[in-house]
Write a protein that binds this ligand. Structure first.
Ligand SMILES: [Zn+2]
Length: 287
């Protein structure tokens, strides 16, 4: 009898140990199996040139960079994320620059092949061309190469999530700044990354709406605007991953005019964006 009891106790202890062990083991196993989520932050426009909006001495491309740097600083503290930036204070990301400059022919041939594929789908009635509500400025030749090059590079580097950081300024009415607020662009709903991008944009919308007014410009009233023609959001289906182009504010809004209020707006915007990204990844990408 005593021997049986001893066996039972040993068995129960073993079962208990197995349960405890599996409880502790599972999260660790998961942690090691999970690869880092790769996020690309693109500070809008080129390092020293490009169609960056300017107001007085404030250059949009510099604001984009400042916000991207802040966002990178915050997100880099999360060990589950790998943050890659397309440009920093020294210019283009060297790897991206090297890729774009050594593969320009490949990139532009790929872009035109994707364009032809889309034209074919339009001709066969598979895809409908959408007349854009908002006309964007055409990007300069070098900017076009870098934008398509970035899309190809995103695919090559298995990047999971892309955010393009911008500030808005156009248009002014009679040369006077009149608009305010934020808005976002996502791929048009016939593109393969449209619904994932909309979900990502919804997370951003929740956080950014706490720190900035919605855009009061009629063409931006939807706030999350589908676009078929922007290269950044993957024109011709050149991107497969969630992507959002965000215009955080108009560069001539009152809080943007003095450096102290501008810096704090940018810090708030970066931390709100970081919260949205972390929530999006936790709830949507890690399912
Ligand atoms: Zn811009």
């Amino acid at each position: 009898m005593k021997k049986n009891l001893a066996i039972k106790i040993i068995l129960l202890t073993l079962i208990l140990l197995a349960i405890i062990f599996s409880l502790f083991k599972e999260p660790n196993k998961k942690f090691f199996q999970n690869k880092k989520t790769k996020i690309l932050i693109v500070a809008g426009h080129e390092p020293k040139a490009g169609g960056a909006d300017e107001f007085k001495t404030i250059k949009e491309r510099d604001l984009n960079l400042q916000l991207s740097n802040d966002l990178q600083d915050i997100l880099s503290a999360n060990p589950n994320l790998e943050i890659i930036i397309a440009r920093d204070n020294n210019g283009w990301n060297p790897d991206l620059k090297n890729y774009v400059e050594t593969s320009s022919t490949t990139i532009m041939e790929w872009a035109s092949a994707m364009k032809n594929k889309m034209i074919g789908k339009v001709d066969s009635g598979e895809i409908e061309l959408i007349d854009p509500n908002m006309k964007h400025n055409n990007a300069a030749t070098n900017a076009v190469l870098y934008l398509f090059g970035t899309n190809k590079w995103i695919e090559k580097n298995n990047i999971d999530l892309v955010l393009h950081v911008h500030f808005n300024s156009n248009p002014k009415i009679n040369g006077k700044p009149v608009f305010h607020g934020y808005c976002m662009y996502i791929p048009e709903h016939q593109y393969s990354n449209s619904s994932s991008s909309r979900i990502f944009a919804n997370y951003l919308n929740t956080e950014i709406s706490k720190i900035e007014k919605p855009s009061n410009m009629l063409q931006e009233k939807d706030l999350i605007i589908e676009d078929q023609e922007l290269i950044a959001t993957g024109v011709y289906d050149t991107l497969k991953v969630p992507v959002v182009v965000i215009e955080y504010a108009y560069i001539y809004e009152p809080m943007m005019l003095s450096s102290s209020t501008r810096n704090s707006f940018i810090e708030y915007a970066a931390s709100s964006t970081a919260i949205a990204i972390e929530k999006y990844i936790a709830s949507e990408l890690k399912k």
